[in-house]
Ligand binder design. Structure first.
Ligand code: RB5
Length: 145
C-alpha cells in the first residue's frame, strides 16, 4: 500500500518508528514531514496529508501530534478524509470496519511506540465491512450541517 505519514514536532520520533515499521512490512511510505523537532503548526501538516489522500497519491495516511487531537481535526477538514483518533487496536480496527477510515491519528505523548504499532497493524489489516455501513459513510461525504 502507498501510505502517507505526517506529524508535528511533538511526534517526530513516533513518525520515524512507524515509517520504519511500515517500510519493514513492505509498504511504500511517503514521509510528508516535518524533518526536525523545530516547532511547527499541526494544521499545516494535517492539511498536507489530507491533500495527499484527496489527490489519490496515497491510499491511506497516518497523522501524529502530541495528543493526536489537533492533527486529526485538521485532516478531517478535508471531505475526502475520514480520520480516526485511536489509542488501542480495537478502535483502530472498528474505524476501518465500520467507518472506512482512511487516516489513523495517534498522540505521541499519550500512546507509546509498541501500542502505536499495534494500532497501525490493526488499522491496515482490517477491511471496510460495507453493507449498512456504506450508507452511513456516504452521509459523511455529504454533510447537512
Ligand atoms: C504541540 O505542543 C501540541 O499542542 C500538539 O502536538 C498537539 O497535541 C495538538 O493537538
Amino acid at each position: 500500500m502507498r501510505i502517507a505519514i505526517a506529524s508535528d514536532h511533538a511526534a517526530i520520533a513516533l513518525k520515524a518508528t512507524l515509517a520504519d515499521w511500515l517500510r519493514g512490512e513492505g509498504h511504500d511510505v511517503a514521509d510528508l514531514g516535518p524533518e526536525t523537532t523545530d516547532s511547527v503548526d499541526y494544521p499545516d501538516y494535517g492539511f498536507k496529508l489530507a491533500r495527499h489522500i484527496a489527490s489519490g497519491q496515497a491510499t491511506c495516511g497516518v497523522a501524529l501530534c502530541g495528543s493526536g487531537l489537533g492533527i486529526s481535526m485538521a485532516v478531517n477538514r478535508n471531505p475526502a478524509c475520514r480520520c480516526a483518533l485511536v489509542s488501542e487496536p480495537l478502535s483502530a480496527s472498528l474505524a476501518r470496519e465500520h467507518n472506512d477510515a482512511n487516516v489513523i491519528a495517534m498522540g505521541a505523548r499519550l500512546t507509546g511506540p509498541d501500542m502505536a504499532i499495534a494500532c497501525l497493524e490493526a488499522f491496515i489489516a482490517t477491511e471496510f465491512a460495507g453493507g449498512r455501513h456504506q450508507r452511513r459513510v456516504d452521509k459523511l461525504s455529504a454533510p447537512e450541517c
